[in-house]
Design a binder for this molecule. Structure first.
Ligand code: FDA
Length: 302
């Protein structure tokens, strides 16, 4: 089921159909804060009110023209202006293929550089998301070049890839802030763990490396076992709750989000918005087929 959903997430015709349908647009709202940045900022205000910080993600990936990459750059710069003027506690997360990575690494780096500079002018921060393994090397190259010039940029590392232990040690050499996640793409068995228990074991090992580094990292997961392992490790190593943050996705495990805030942990919610929600939504279905039932029920009712 997971593989089928991840395969479907990459099908342009299905994407066109889903985005054009009112019912599927409404259904996506459970996981996506809205289509405009104004709606996303409203969602962040509400999250801030409950004690969560946010990170805005303007949905979109794999652009094929310079103009589309520039439009994404402009949108993120505008988001940072809006975050500043609304005085919300929120940074931004972006995908390099939305900034032209398929066209040229230089173009992509220059575009992201503009966003990081604008964030820096406000004392804000930019997180570079990690995409499928076809982009891991290029993402790390672009990230490293940017990190050498800017301190306010961080990266994501995926625990399901065999290579991640080395990648984490490399990015820690640059004193980078890391978001650790399990990984959301369809990857071949030659390079990735296929058993959940293996990914989980690697996640816990990498979490320990991160927490011991003394840098402020993001532990991104909804998995209660990963969360308890993190809490236990932090306690045994006397690492204060303020030295790291948990991160979760908008609309997922709100009960757990509130519990962690209640216990005094920092929690950042990833808030996606925009019209290009199809691949994002499909990856969320793949993680939990029960979400598919929710969508199918809505489609039948609609
Ligand atoms: P796992 O998938 O093992 O799920 C554990 C439990 O969490 C489930 O039993 C269920 O209760 C709950 N759960 C998980 N997913 C759910 C869902 N979709 N709906 C409802 N419940 C769900 N990936 C990537 O490749 N690159 C990236 O840049 C990012 N960025 C990112 C940011 C943030 C803030 C988060 C939280 C996640 C990502 N991810 C990501 C996604 C990540 O790789 C992973 O696919 C999901 O977080 C699901 O993995 P879990 O760690 O939650 O555990």
């Amino acid at each position: 089921m997971k593989s089928v959903l991840l395969y479907l997430s990459e099908q342009p015709k299905l994407r066109q159909f889903a985005v054009g349908s009112r019912v599927s647009r409404n259904t996506a709202r459970r996981f996506v804060a809205g289509e405009s940045s104004e709606e996303a900022i409203t969602a962040v205000k509400e999250l801030n009110r409950k004690g969560f910080s946010g990170t805005l993600d303007y949905l979109g990936e794999n652009v094929s023209t310079k103009e589309e990459a520039q439009a994404a750059t402009n949108e993120y710069v505008r988001d940072l202006d809006m975050i500043e003027s609304a005085k919300v506690n929120c940074n931004v997360s972006l995908k390099l293929t939305q900034f032209g990575l398929d066209l040229s690494e230089d173009l992509c780096r220059e575009n992201v550089d503009q966003v990081i500079k604008r964030a820096g002018s406000y004392g804000n921060f930019v997180r570079v998301d990690m995409e499928g393994s076809a982009y891991t090397d290029s993402t790390l190259r672009v990230f490293s070049a940017l990190r050498k010039v800017h301190t306010n940029v961080g990266i994501v590392i995926q625990a399901y890839l065999f290579r991640s232990d080395k990648d984490i040690r490399d990015v820690l050499q640059l004193k980078s802030r890391v978001r650790l996640c399990k990984g959301a793409y369809k990857e071949p068995p030659e390079i990735s763990f296929k058993k959940k228990s293996d990914t989980d074991r690697n996640y816990i090992n990498l979490m320990k490396v991160l927490l011991k580094s003394g840098i402020y990292h993001g532990i991104a997961t909804h998995d209660p076992n990963m969360i308890s392992a993190t809490k236990q490790f932090a306690q045994s190593e006397k690492i204060d709750k303020n030295q790291f943050e948990f991160q979760m996705l908008y609309g997922i495990r709100r009960d757990l989000q509130e519990q962690l805030i209640g216990e005094g942990f920092n929690l950042r919610v990833y808030v996606p918005y925009g019209k290009e929600w199809y691949p994002y939504l499909m990856r969320r279905m793949a993680e939990r087929p029960a979400n598919l039932l929710f969508v199918l029920r809505n489609l039948i009712r609609g």
